[in-house]
Design a protein around this ligand. Structure first.
Ligand code: FES
Length: 146
């Protein structure tokens, strides 16, 4: 399997690993099919700008690399702009992922959405296009071929 240099770099030197104490929003999602779990912490200021973002995962290398890149990309964005950090955008920033690893990049996107949802619920606000997150992203997914 071929991974881009950027994927290898983020896998070997992941950015933003850790936790944020008293985070503004925390989101945890898993994929029951592979058993991987992702947790994202967001620190959001009074202008709804993401000041900091950290992640912890029990995930494969592609999940680590995409979360590392995704956390870098949401930092400094408003909560609405953070919705543009889709798994596709993250994959492009990493110069692509092998097709069988594309689902791994969804863990990061879904965990960010779950953390944003948590923040919105705590603060009584909404974000356009943000839906209630699933705990298990493989739920309702079509059977994939491996
Ligand atoms: Fe589970 Fe990659 S194999 S997230």
């Amino acid at each position: 399997m071929n991974y881009s240099e950027k994927v290898m770099d983020h896998f070997q030197h992941p950015r933003n690993v850790g936790e944020i104490e008293g985070a503004s929003g925390v989101g945890t999602v898993g994929n029951a099919k592979c058993g991987d779990i992702m947790r994202i912490f967001l620190d959001i200021d009074e202008n709804q700008v993401i000041r900091d973002c950290k992640f912890k995962t029990f995930g494969c290398g592609a999940a680590v690399a995409t979360s590392s890149m995704a956390t870098e990309m949401v930092k400094g964005k408003t909560i609405q702009e953070a919705m543009e950090v889709t798994n596709k955008a993250v994959m492009e920033a990493l110069d692509g992922l092998p097709p069988v690893k594309v689902h791994c990049s969804l863990l990061a996107e879904e965990a960010i959405h779950a953390a944003l949802w948590d923040y919105c619920e705590k603060n009584g606000i909404t974000i356009d296009g943000l839906k209630r997150p699933k705990n298990d992203i493989s739920e309702g997914e079509e059977e994939e071929e491996y």
